[in-house]
Ligand binder design. Structure first.
Ligand code: XUL
Length: 526
């Protein structure tokens, strides 16, 4: 029994969470917001501005600078030296390009970010929000004989934000820089490498989000690797099993932050696989909805099945087996857009607006695309409602707030149907899960009980629990019972009287979405 640290490097910030497995308690939580704490990186929302809305890159040094600051604060809190192990969770799919082996150690007085910066073969990392690789996706699918074959092998059709298509674009558009690249990491394996001082392996949870891992063999798929970029197999880190210890913390971390020599670093994973553990969803039966920068919906799967529409994914479950995942790019970004459009606070958004409007919003439907969407694929951003009419500054704040939240809930319901199991309970996590108004809409749209946990950041909690499980061998069921029990007073019950209304609205929403996709497929004047 001991203390385990979970780190969550998300799109907008870094969280540290420490669990004490003897006491069954979370004993420390700390959060850094990239925009607020590191203005010098010019990334108010965690990524670099770009004229092309399809391009989204971040500066990997920002993630490292945040790691350095949080480790310093952990030391100041007297916890660094008491840790028995650590692991992490990171935004999925982003790729970091290094010249080769990892820098041995920072020079005296040199920041960790500057030290790691010396090893970057590409100054920026495309992240999960990047949608610029449609051509590369089609090329990879064509080389493999079609989208179905890529989906059969990897659990997903070729997807713009996934590592493989991103690597291909880099190799094709910047061949000299690709040539200089010695190793390509995911954000998760990159940060694990920073902590161990050597190139860390990729785990099956995050590795499955690359269009490169063959789910049935658990190894890199030779055909996909060759179809993606020349000489790629020599540039990919190794694969490890979920929960593998990838090394002790690097000696200079011991010196700089007072960690105990030999503290085990357990392989990092993606934020969604980590969240699956953090919400207690390690075995089938619980569907989780994470309301963060992206909204995601995920669950452990009895058997891997793929989404015929091509938007859903199958990833590795850190507890063994598989999980499904559906990701919506317009999560909190879309909610924030409406909040800011009407100059609201979150309290007004939730309390005044959602509470003051009726379920169904008087039939006022919206589509929630502030930025290009992943599920379904919608490339031209823009909020639309009532058919193809474009919505911008609306006069009715309360109506717009309900319209965006209902649209997101209906979209979640519509695009999770392929999983094939109607959930009886939803576990909500992420920043917006605090909102009772949003939770109630989800309960009504799904006609399922909404459960919420004490810990808001389930990805960081999941990372800490994965570390504890790997180092101490504690059973998942015992960890989940101790750390992931829903809080009785925070349950929300579906209102049966709203079932028919939302069933009808779901049909109308599906028709509106279909008309938007048809408009996009054949824009006026084509
Ligand atoms: C999942 C996805 C996002 C990122 C960022 O496929 O793209 O959820 O992991 O959180």
């Amino acid at each position: 029994m001991g203390l385990f640290l979970g780190l969550d490097s998300s799109t907008q910030g870094l969280t540290a969470l420490v669990v004490d497995t003897a006491r069954g308690e979370v004993v420390h939580q700390d959060v850094l917001n990239y925009g607020a704490e590191f203005p010098e990186y010019g990334s108010p929302q965690g990524f670099l501005p770009h004229a092309d809305p399809l391009v989204r890159h971040a500066d990997p040094r920002l993630w490292v600078a945040a790691l350095e600051r949080l480790l310093g604060r952990l030391r100041a809190a007297g916890l660094a030296a008491r840790l028995d192990g650590l692991s992490g969770s990171a935004q999925q799919h982003g790729t970091v390009y290094l010249t080769g082996s990892f820098p041995a150690a920072p020079d005296p007085g040199e920041s960790l970010a500057a030290c790691v910066g010396r090893s970057l073969a590409r100054p920026t990392a495309p992240i999960w929000m990047d949608a610029s690789t449609a051509a590369e996706c089609r090329q990879i699918e064509a080389a493999l004989g079609g989208a179905d074959e890529v989906r059969r092998r990897t659990g997903s059709a070729a997807v713009e934000r996934f590592a493989g298509p991103q690597i291909r674009r880099f190799a094709v558009t910047e061949p000299a820089a690709y040539e200089r690249t010695g190793v390509i990491h995911l954000v998760s394996s990159f940060l694990a490498s920073v902590l161990t001082g050597v190139n860390a392996p990729i785990d099956p949870g995050d590795g499955a989000g690359m269009n490169l891992l063959n789910l049935s063999t658990g190894a890199w798929d030779g055909d996909l690797v060759s179809a993606t970029a020349p000489g790629l197999s020599g540039r990919l880190p190794g694969l490890c099993s979920a929960g593998a210890v990838c090394g002790p913390v690097a000696p200079w971390l011991v010196e700089r932050f007072g960690l105990r020599p030999g503290t085990p670093v357990v392989a990092w994973s993606g934020d969604n696989p980590s969240s699956l553990i953090g919400v207690g969803g390690w075995e089938p039966g619980t569907m989780a909805i994470s309301l963060g920068t992206s909204d995601t919906c995920f669950a452990a799967m009895r058997a891997p099945r793929v989404d015929p529409e091509g938007c859903g994914h199958v990833f590795g479950n850190p507890a063994g087996g598989f999980m499904c995942l559906i990701c919506f790019r317009n999560g909190s970004l879309a909610r924030e857009h409406i909040r800011d459009l009407h100059g609201l606070t979150w309290r007004q958004f939730d309390g005044d607006c959602l509470a003051a409007t009726p379920p169904g919003n008087g039939g006022n439907l919206m589509l929630p695309y502030v930025v290009p969407e992943i599920t379904p694929r919608v490339l031209s951003p823009g909020l639309r409602r009532r058919g193809a009419a474009t919505f911008e500054a609306g006069g009715d704040a309360a109506g717009d707030v309900r319209a965006i939240v209902e649209a997101q809930a209906l979209s979640l319901r519509l695009h999770s149907q392929w999983i094939g199991e109607a959930p009886t309970a939803l576990r909500l996590t992420g920043g917006a899960s605090r909102s009772d108004g949003i939770g109630q809409i989800l309960a009504d749209v799904f006609q399922a009980e909404v459960e919420r946990l004490d810990v808001g950041n389930s990805a960081a909690l999941g990372a800490a629990l994965r570390a504890a499980q790997a180092v101490e061998g504690l059973p998942w069921a015992a960890l989940a019972a101790r750390f992931c029990a829903p809080v009785a007073g925070r349950r929300l019950h579906p209102v049966a009287a709203n079932a028919a209304l939302y069933r009808d609205l779901l049909k109308r929403y599906a028709a509106l979405e279909a008309s938007c996709r048809a408009d996009e497929a054949s824009p006026p004047g084509r």
